[in-house]
Design a protein. Structure first.
Length: 276
């Protein structure tokens, strides 16, 4: 159970790091706002069209009497929207990371520098890294969609479908969220998608401690936008932990990169310039 607390601590430390770097935090809101507008429009369209879609998919229930027809289709409509929300939460992160790739790479690099001064780079071009990131995000989307279809089917089971399935859905979402966010730091270290998944599966409690609270927070409108910069910072700490790298500052930390940083992030020496 200890890894649950460690994962949550990395999430909180990342948020504190972002808030202590006002300029960086402000710039990080723009990619999230752009993505949020697109996703909000898609979810509104789903909300208005879900009833018709469910009616089209269940013609066998047209002759059912009241109240069974309404209850049956109402339940399926709710499950469909919940599935859409789950996929939106998972893919929002990958879409935002793609839109704001240069910025979020810079955030992750600054966190690395604040620990031990070592900033790993992939050595690849920006466009190649963008292609790899897009390809990996699509692979994660396929995995998430498979889980979504499975959970949708399990939603038909009485009681279990209304209790256990939503909980499992948040744990699945949290795991994939952690993978997407950790990919920023791990990809710079040449850890491919298979390697990232292997690392996270070896410490699922750590991934859940970081990702599940984030998934719950992302359900609230606009919250995801404000949490993204800190989530990337926290995921960088988590990535260093997975690879056995130090997560506390060393003597090699770059001065000025972690001013006002929380535990687990470096603080600059007295007199170092602060970012506002």
């Amino acid at each position: 159970m200890g890894d649950l607390g460690v994962g949550f601590r990395y999430l909180m430390n990342g948020q504190r790091w972002a808030l202590s770097h006002g300029k960086t935090f402000g710039l990080g809101l723009l990619p999230g706002l752009i993505t949020l507008v697109v996703y909000a429009a898609a979810l509104v369209a789903l909300a208005f069209g879900a009833d018709d879609l469910i009616a089209w998919a269940t013609p066998f229930a047209d002759g059912w009497g009241s109240p069974w027809l309404g209850l049956f289709r109402g339940f399926l409509t709710a499950v469909l929207f919940a599935l859409g929300l789950m996929l939106a939460v998972i893919t929002f992160t990958s879409a935002t990371l793609l839109v704001g790739s240069p910025f979020y790479d810079a955030v992750s690099e600054r966190v690395d520098a604040s620990i031990d001064g070592n900033v790993p780079t992939s050595g690849r071009s920006f466009w190649y890294d963008l292609w790899v990131s897009t390809r990996d995000s699509l692979r994660i989307l396929v995995r998430a969609a498979i889980w979504g279809v499975l959970l949708f089917a399990l939603g038909f089971i009485p009681v279990v479908g209304q209790t256990a399935v939503p909980v499992v859905g948040f744990f699945v979402t949290g795991f994939f969220l952690t993978e997407e966010l950790a990919s920023v730091a791990l990809a710079r270290r040449d850890v491919d998608l298979r390697g990232r998944l292997t690392l996270l599966r070896s410490r699922r409690m750590l991934a859940w401690g970081f990702g599940v609270p984030l998934a719950l927070a992302y359900v609230i409108p606009f919250v995801a936008v404000f949490l993204m910069p800190g989530a990337v910072a926290g995921a960088t700490l988590l990535s260093r932990d997975l690879l056995g790298e130090p997560t506390a500052p060393t003597a090699d930390a770059v001065p000025g990169t972690g001013e006002a940083a929380p535990a687990g992030l470096a603080k600059p020496p007295a007199g170092a310039p602060a970012e506002h």
